[in-house]
Write a protein that binds this ligand. Structure first.
Ligand code: PLP
Length: 379
């Protein structure tokens, strides 16, 4: 364990505290922030929002992007636009950040948990298919869960730590079962599966720009989609559903104040200009980790899955068992090297205890063993 800590300190060239993931502001951030403040358009309208939406669409290859206050709100609206309603069910993975399930619950739907693959840590197409075959039937072109009697309206796979899951196979299964695919791409900006950007396989994808993500606006998020109608609806519903008029206030549905402020968008435009450098820098770090851990007994470094290009947002290792994991967490954090275990499975949390689960062997295995190690862009 000492050797791992030594290596991380050497890698980051410091004996001081090493955080898990720090933001880097090395470009035009201050310049654009000043411009934004000088313009007085710091809030819900302004040129940086429009510019950012155009540029993030370009970067991901999505036709449309709508900026939002955070990744959770992007997911919430994506689910609503995918047709998820109160009383529906949404399939997702139990090994994810709480925001995925919170967003599902905001719509009034309930989560159903299906296992992940061991290599991607994302939703397993095999487990998804098995769950659907065992529990569901198609009635009037909708997927009915025979156990609960409810409709499975959507499926939300997540690209864990930036490693793409087998999203094309998942898409095929969802299509066959009349289930809308919404991607939680919160962690995977700059990650590609079969040369296509994550978040663009489903009907809609949600990205986060929280402070710990690969680029940040402090807080922020966006919805990406190739569907023009959905993009227009996303814009409308995230901006209080106001009918455009020069002076009148009229709204045609319950909307949300989920619009990203221009001042955050200013920061984000500057961050996006640096993303290629960030990605390259993170690949070099991942490679150094990979080489180091190749010689470590009982520790496995998680590499990018096959046919994928990962952003390596958070590097992760798999320890031998839970006891080893706990020892390593204790030792590294005591040594000033910040490490964190992967999330507690969602189905163990009080709020989601009643949710239906498939077989969760892989998720349980990873839950007990996976630890994130420092992954910031190095200066
Ligand atoms: C960060 C994150 C989110 C939510 O993003 P916020 O911007 O923090 O709301 C959603 N899902 C996953 C998997 C995340 O890691």
């Amino acid at each position: 364990m000492q050797n791992i800590v030594d290596f991380i300190q050497k890698t980051f060239n410091t004996a001081e505290f090493i955080p898990l993931h720090e933001p880097r502001f090395m470009g035009n951030e201050k310049k654009y922030l000043n411009e934004c403040i000088d313009s007085t358009f710091v809030s819900s309208v302004g040129k940086f929002v429009d510019e950012f939406e155009k540029k993030i669409a370009q970067f991901t290859g999505a036709k449309y992007a709508v900026a939002t206050t955070n990744g959770t709100s992007a997911l919430h609206i994506s689910l609503l636009l995918a047709g998820v309603e109160r009383g529906d069910e949404v399939i997702t993975q139990p090994l994810t950040f709480i925001a995925t399930c919170n967003a599902i619950n905001y719509t009034g739907a309930a989560s159903v948990f299906v296992d992940v693959d061991l290599d991607t840590m994302g939703l397993s197409p095999k487990s998804l298919k098995e769950f659907l075959n065992a529990n569901c039937e198609i009635v009037n072109s909708t997927c009915r869960n025979k156990t609960s009697g409810k409709t499975i309206k959507a499926c939300v796979p997540m690209h864990t730590f930036g490693h793409p899951c087998r999203i094309d196979e998942i898409k095929e299964i969802c299509d066959a079962w009349h289930i809308a695919l919404v991607e939680d791409a919160a962690e995977s900006l700059g990650s590609y599966y079969k040369e296509r950007h994550t978040g663009t396989f489903g009907l809609l994808g949600a990205i986060s720009f929280n402070g710990n993500k690969i680029i940040t606006s402090g807080g922020g998020g966006c919805i990406i989609t190739n569907d023009e109608t959905l993009a227009k609806k996303a814009k409308h519903i995230t901006t209080t559903a106001k009918i455009p008029h020069r002076w009148e206030y009229s709204h045609d549905m319950i909307g949300y104040n989920y619009r990203l402020p221009n001042i955050n968008a200013a920061l984000l435009v500057a961050q996006l200009e640096q993303i290629e450098n960030f990605l390259q820098n993170k690949r070099v770090l991942a490679k150094e980790y990979k080489n180091f851990f190749a010689a470590c007994e009982n520790v496995r470094f998680i590499k990018e899955p096959q046919e994928s290009l990962s952003n390596y947002w958070l590097n992760a290792i798999i320890l031998k068992d839970k006891q080893e994991r706990d020892r390593f967490l204790e030792f590294s954090n005591n040594s000033g090297v910040m490490t964190r275990p992967i999330w507690t499975l969602m189905n163990r949390l009080e709020m989601f205890k009643e949710c239906q689960c498939g077989d969760l062997t892989n998720a349980t295995y990873l839950e007990e063993r996976v630890v994130n190690i420092p992954s910031s862009v190095r200066i």
